[in-house]
Design a protein around this ligand. Structure first.
Ligand code: CMP
Length: 137
């Protein structure tokens, strides 16, 4: 069984889409192993998105990610990294197909409702930024 990290970003929480996102995950048959709401500090957001440091949108991304509460989840299932990436759709909400979370709810490349790990290495790094080991079942 594989694990991944899914984060409902501040825009998703502000727009009241927490239940909608969790419902899609559960209906797919993916297990939730940890779940919490938190406000990312600027430092946590910089660490979480450190692969994007130096890109033109980095500052805007860090400010956005720490602009309000997020809901972070550790998910488990067969091939869950690629399955969840398919469920959320491509980064740009304007291009994401209908039926995906971003395709159904976002019109923006920055404010795109959710984040999900894109590899086992990314998961290991991201989960350490947001969870302590005892919080994961
Ligand atoms: P996410 O999947 O969380 O990974 C990195 C995030 O950076 C991405 O979703 C977007 O929120 C943001 N992002 C990526 N590309 C751009 C861009 N060109 N302009 C603004 N934000 C971006």
């Amino acid at each position: 069984m594989e694990r991944t990290l899914l984060v409902i970003k501040p825009d998703g929480v502000r727009r009241g889409l927490v239940g909608e996102v969790i419902s899609r995950i559960e209906r797919k048959g993916i297990k939730i192993r940890a779940l919490k709401m938190l406000l990312m500090t600027r430092q946590q957001a910089e660490e979480f998105y450190s692969v994007h440091r130096g890109k033109p949108f980095f500052e805007e991304l860090v400010a956005f990610a720490s602009s309000g509460p997020v809901v972070a989840m550790v998910l488990e299932g067969d091939s869950v990294i690629s399955v969840v990436r398919t469920l959320i759709g491509p980064t740009d909400g304007r291009k994401a197909p209908p039926g995906t979370i971003r395709g159904d709810f976002s019109l923006s490349i920055l404010e795109n409702i959710v984040h999900a790990s894109d590899s086992p290495e990314a998961f290991e790094k991201e989960v350490r930024v947001l969870f302590s080991p005892h919080e994961i079942l």
